[in-house]
Design a protein around this ligand. Structure first.
Ligand code: SF4
Length: 408
């Protein structure tokens, strides 16, 4: 997102919406409370700002993901490929019919990455950028990762064959869907055909596939989305910062745009799945350090020391009709109570739909009534997807006390 696009969103939120810009855990932006008579204007402004889909029918299939720092090392092939794939998916009448949940992940092996999302198709750079390892209905494996059964790596292909691979797989999926309409995602196709059969069909379309059983993607760096980091130990630096609970006002959005422009920094902001933003320093560490101080003074989270850096929550009440509690206000209370403790990822959700997190975080608070929560600790063996119950029907302060004991 450019600073100009951020300004457009700020203006829309102020003049047509409820004055709030939400950064989401899907690295999207949401504007809410759009006035009924302003819908057409909002769409027109989004189109003019370059934030709309290429065609109306392509809106649901723009799920091509890259890591937030992709291309910062000077190799922008992944970004170019992602744009190319996104354009092709949106404009091809057949791929426009894919499920809006169908997702493709292009992983350049960056240290700042969220790789626990299960993708329909993932491709991860290997062999010094010459090839892509790939897999279906899974995620790229990390070293020491022995929990993925069956093995998630299907093989590897040359970089130039990536687009052909994606569309070969989509062709196979759509052909099967004509016979069995319930087959909408790669996980359905895999279940219906099995890996060996599917791989044989794929090899007929793409004979270039080689074995890659021993592939592991490069390790992640914890909290690489916050603060100043360099790319691959080079003098190429970036700054990650987060508005508290991922929420911007038009004023703070314009402040970000003004600050970046007046510091003469690259005006391209990256959104992250941690409800935060990343900018590069154009080679100037001192300008980024100055900006970090300024953002920190203004209330943004710029390091992992703050409890709020580890807390995500959904819109909650009163913005969402399903919400049982004003989770955003209570997240602030919880963060103040837990400040100073080493906090694992914590999710506060206004109801069990869990819009802000794709999978269970280490700790989850689920609102069950106004100002009342159930507190869960992640546990794959537990009967609920959130984990096992640490405390039931507690206020946010009681939850904080329980968590203090648990974390000590
Ligand atoms: S999780 Fe529930 S309360 Fe929160 S935004 Fe989603 S539907 Fe609304």
């Amino acid at each position: 997102m450019t600073t100009a696009q951020l300004r457009s969103l700020a203006k829309l939120a102020q003049t047509c919406g409820n004055g709030i810009i939400e950064l989401t855990s899907r690295a999207n932006v949401q504007l809410r409370g759009i006035m009924p008579d302003k819908g057409a204007l909002v769409i027109k402004v989004l189109e003019q700002a370059g934030l709309a889909p290429k065609t109306p029918a392509g809106d649901g299939v723009r799920n091509v993901m890259v890591n937030p720092t992709a291309g910062f090392d000077g190799d922008d092939r992944i970004i170019t490929l992602a744009r190319d794939l996104s354009y092709a998916l949106q404009t091809n009448p057949r791929s426009q019919t894919l499920s809006p949940k169908f997702s493709i992940f292009l992983d350049g092996g960056e240290a700042c990455a969220l790789i626990n999302h299960i993708n329909d198709i993932w491709l991860s750079l290997c062999d010094q950028g010459k090839n892509f390892a790939f897999g279906l209905a899974s995620r790229p494996p990390l070293q020491g990762d022995d929990c993925q059964r069956p093995p998630s790596v299907w093989g590897k292909i040359p970089f130039f064959a990536a687009k052909g691979l994606v569309f070969a797989l989509i062709d196979i999926l759509l052909a099967m869907r004509e016979q069995q309409p319930a087959i909408e995602r790669m996980k359905h196709l895999l279940k219906a055909q099995g890996q060996a059969h599917l791989m044989a069909s794929l090899r007929q379309k793409l004979p270039l596939i080689e074995q890659a059983e021993d592939f592991y993607r490069l390790p992640l760096v914890p909290h690489a989305h916050l603060g100043i980091h360099s790319i691959n130990q080079t003098p190429c630096f970036y700054l990650g910062f987060k508005p508290p609970l991922g929420r911007l006002s038009p004023g703070t959005a314009n402040f970000i745009a003004d600050t970046i422009e007046s510091a003469n920094l690259d005006g391209n902001l990256r959104l992250t799945p941690w409800q935060s933003l990343i900018i590069t320093g154009n080679g100037s560490l001192s300008r980024l350090e100055e900006m970090q101080r300024l953002f920190s003074k203004t209330g943004f989270i710029t390091d992992a020391e703050q409890a709020l850096a580890h807390i995500v929550c959904c819109v909650g009440a009163p913005g969402c009709r399903s919400a049982r509690s004003p989770v955003r206000d209570e997240a602030q209370t919880l963060a103040a109570q837990l400040q100073g403790r080493s906090l694992p990822p914590l999710h506060i959700t206004g109801c069990a739909k869990s819009c802000a997190a794709n999978e269970a975080m280490a700790i989850t608070l689920v609102a069950t009534a106004p100002h009342i929560y159930d507190v869960f600790i992640v546990d794959p063996a537990a009967p609920t997807s959130f984990g096992h119950l640490l405390a039931g029907s507690v206020t946010i302060k009681q939850a904080a006390n329980k968590l203090k004991h648990f974390l000590d």
